[in-house]
Ligand binder design. Structure first.
Ligand code: NAP
Length: 326
């Protein structure tokens, strides 16, 4: 085993507690404690060889660390990390795919059912004493029965959602940039055509420039007045203002959202809507799954600094041929 204890690894912001503790036992962990990286001395910055983080790491931040070799991202969606700049500059980026797929897919099904059957509102009704005082909770106008589902982003998570939905007996279609040759679900080469063909749209696509505000007013109009939008991908994929307007004026019927454009800020207009179910980005947030994600972050850093290929490099790093150190 290579002794990694002398290797300085920076944790610029928050980190899963168990993972932070394990990293502190393995590396010479430096924490910026929420301060900008510029607040570290020049010699301290020059010593940093690895970064472990959840969230954002820009090209500007990378430029401040001249000897940075690897950024180990806690989370599968790494749209906050400039992986293109990293790859062009020989910096490895890893993420945490697969270990969270089932948890996120489970949560998506829960959010979908909650949205169409109003489960959290029905519970609030009971807790407020209304069942005893005012009788039964009103029948829900929406149901999963008879719905057809479109998935934007039939990747690891999208496919796990689709497999679960097969058990619910609803037809499934999808939109990706490229058609998959290993599924029989109907493929739509553009998002608007998918939205027009279904009444329930689930977003499981990554954030970033390629998907920014892809679910816009036209897509929501195509989804139609019985439409339900579920977003567990990234908040930036949906034009939030257009969604608020569509929920307010009945362009679509309801939405279930785990992600938002400017987290942790959630627009008051969304909070005020009773046809929206809102979750604070919890799709992978169980102790079990977060531990698995943390283990993968650690595994990737250990592999890299022992001269072995990390388990889960991002595609940009693979394309740049950065499989292992030097
Ligand atoms: P993945 O396997 O890479 O799947 C991504 C899918 O999105 C692929 O099918 C890809 O197909 C499609 N896609 C990518 N860019 C697209 C574009 N510009 N337009 C349309 N489709 C596009 O990733 P995953 O593991 O399933 O994770 C998906 C995303 O879920 C993550 O990036 C993250 O943002 C989100 N996520 C959220 C949570 C949460 O807590 N809410 C947790 C985990 C993950 P093509 O390449 O053919 O387009």
């Amino acid at each position: 085993m290579t002794d990694t204890k002398t290797i300085p690894v920076l944790i610029p912001g928050r980190m899963h507690a168990g993972t932070l503790e394990a990293l502190q036992g393995l590396f010479d962990v430096r924490q910026a404690q929420g301060q900008p990286i510029e607040s570290l001395s020049e010699s301290e910055r020059a010593g940093i060889r690895g970064v472990a983080l959840m969230g954002v790491f820009t090209a500007e931040m990378m430029k401040l660390l001249p000897n940075l070799e690897i950024i180990a991202h806690f989370g599968v969606g790494y749209d906050g990390v400039d992986a293109g700049y990293a790859a062009a500059n020989g910096i490895m980026v890893t993420n945490t795919p697969d270990v969270l797929t089932d948890e996120v897919a489970d949560t998506t099904i829960g959010l979908l059912l909650n949205t169409v059957r109003e489960l959290s509102r029905a519970e609030a009704y009971l807790r407020a004493g209304n069942w005893e005082k005012n009788g039964n909770y009103p029948l829900t106008k929406t149901t999963l029965r008879g719905r057809s589902v479109g998935i934007m982003g039939l990747g690891r998570i999208g496919l796990a959602i689709a497999r679960r939905l097969e058990g619910f007996g609803v037809p499934i279609a999808y939109y990706n940039r490229s058609e998959r040759d290993d599924v029989a679900y109907a493929y739509h080469p553009d998002l608007k055509s998918l939205a027009a063909a279904v009444d329930t749209l689930i977003v499981a696509a990554p954030g970033g420039a390629g998907t920014d505000k892809a679910v816009d007013a036209a897509v929501l109009a195509a989804l139609g007045p019985d439409g339900v939008l579920i977003n567990i991908g990234r908040g930036t994929v949906v034009d939030e203002d257009a969604l608020i307007a569509a929920l307010q004026n009945g362009t679509i019927r309801a939405a279930g959202l785990d992600v938002f454009a400017r987290e942790p800020h959630v627009p008051q207009a969304l909070i005020d809507l009773d046809n929206a179910v809102l979750l604070p980005h919890v799709a992978s947030a169980s102790e079990h799954t977060r531990q698995q994600m943390g283990n993968l972050v650690i595994q990737n850093l250990e592999a890299w600094f022992s001269g072995r290929p990390p388990a889960t490099p991002v595609p940009e790093a693979v394309k740049a041929g950065l499989e292992r150190r030097g």
